[in-house]
Design a protein around this ligand. Structure first.
Ligand code: FPP
Length: 243
């Protein structure tokens, strides 16, 4: 399910180390990919879900410990019902596979975003997947952003602080109350499909993330594209505002 089979491939790049613990993906271009094949958008999402399995498996192969994917944004509800229904059913199928394979994959799954909008079945399965994989916290973490928005994440954090009686807040307080409080911020954010923006993804967390953009549409993304992004990341000097 996760696409992980040990020693299946020979990575071209260095194995990720402590400089590259967390990679986040904006999986863009499913619709355009389908259009190019003369197929409906739903077909692109099905292909996108396969790419998601393959790419997350490869990232694990090369030692990336934390992956975050933007699976469904707070704005994606505006899409036609057919398309939303397809994404929901792909999500449910994936979650059920992940529950079945939890002890093979040894990955902790965490859903970030407001899950209260999802069907009861999906919410139940999300909770179950989190519960059965919590013990793998020290191995690999896969954060799935669902009904997620970066602005909503910050508002949700501030409201939690207000509810707990805070009169003023610090940056650390906000970081500790975001949906991602269990993980360090992403070292690298990869966006496919020739768009160069964050689209409300991890706005607070991305403050010092390295950004990598590729023209490749998400369903076409290959392991070699990941190698290129990783090599590009290691060639950069991260200064965090210093010199
Ligand atoms: C962006 O492509 C993609 C999404 C909004 C949804 C991402 C969903 C998947 C990859 C499948 C979900 C399944 C799992 C298992 C995570 P787009 O539709 O915006 O593409 P376009 O910009 O070319 O129209």
């Amino acid at each position: 399910m996760f696409g992980f089979k040990p020693k299946r491939r020979k990575p071209q790049t260095v194995i990720a180390d402590d400089r590259l613990r967390h990679v986040a993906f904006i999986m863009d271009g499913n619709g355009r990919w389908a259009k190019k094949q003369g197929m409906p958008r739903e077909y692109g999402h099905k292909a996108g879900a396969e790419t998601f399995r393959r790419i997350t498996g490869y990232c694990k192969d090369i030692g990336i410990k934390i992956i975050t994917v933007y699976a469904f944004s707070t704005e994606n509800w505006k899409r036609p019902k057919n398309e939303v229904d397809t994404i929901m059913s792909l999500l449910l199928m994936y979650i059920e596979e992940a529950i079945r394979d939890a002890d093979i994959n040894r990955i902790r799954f965490i859903f970030i975003g407001n899950r209260s909008f999802f069907s009861r079945t999906i919410q139940t399965q999300m909770n179950k997947l989190e519960a059965v994989t919590v013990k793998y916290n020290n191995d690999y973490i896969l954060n799935m952003a669902i009904n997620y928005g970066g602005r909503d994440d910050i508002v949700h954090a501030v409201n939690s602080l207000i509810a707990s009686g805070a009169k003023s807040v610090t940056e650390d307080d906000i970081s500790a109350n975001l949906y991602t409080s269990h993980t360090p911020p992403p070292d690298l954010i990869i966006r496919t499909a020739n768009e160069r923006r964050l689209s409300n993804f991890l706005l607070w967390q991305a403050a010092y993330s390295e950004l990598y953009f590729t023209d490749t549409l998400w369903p076409d993304l290959t392991d070699r594209d990941i190698d290129k992004a990783v090599a590009d990341f290691y060639a950069r000097k991260r200064r965090y505002g210093g010199i």
